[in-house]
Design a protein. Sequence first.
Length: 282
Amino acid sequence: MTRIVLGKEMPDAQRISLPEFENPPVVETVLAVQFEKLTAMQTVHFGLFWRRMQARFPRTEERPALNPMFERFPEPIARIPRMQFESIERPPLPRLWLHSETGTEMIQMQNDRFIKNWRKAGDRDEYPRYEGAIKPAFERDFSEFQSFLAEEKLGPITVNQCEVTYVNHIVSGEGWGSQGDIHRIFTFWKQGMSSVPGSPEDVALQMRFPIRGDRNEPIGRLHVDVQPAFRTTDDQPMYVMNLTARGQYGSGMDFFDIGRRWIVETFDRLTTPEMHRIWGKK
């Protein structure tokens, strides 16, 4: 069996050059690998894998499977959807969620995807750093998944896309008050001085950036999504900023380090020095 491993560590100079924050607004991180569908996998295998992981992930949920996601260059032209009929010999497999007891860790698996989430469950939970915790935890659990596939003879994994996501909750109270203060949070917004249209009540924004490799070839995209929201615990205004890097570099998972670097540097460039001071930029 060929075991897929994470890419090599970034050089020290490159890793040190990334911006760091003592108290970043990160509430969730996701590392996900998509691979060619394991056609031999059946529902019973979900239960067998959970049995291996039950001590650390005692709670389970079933969700609909995610559709395959690819970043293509050039992007295909959108076509008018047509009704199609497909003969299905067996029901589609679900996506299994495995929750840790504390709720801070979760594994998602389906027959073409393996995902590892870290979620902030309480105010005292601190973001576990990428090099020291997030990446090693994914590597440990993904290795266990690959061992399971080998033992059950379900086939080797052929990676076709990797994905890194950081979810940030930027809550009002320090540095800004209302959702119209977006210019205090983000560098992409300049506050207008004219009476018309005046200051915005709030702003929602989506951006996409191509991620390029060593030879300037496109290897993925960075998706940035900013949405106004209210914190459920106290209705405090906030902005939810999702950054997702998706793509593929080489045959393994070297894209993880590349995607994470793009996310961290983009977050730094799109947010203001005033917020950096609040988050304790080093």
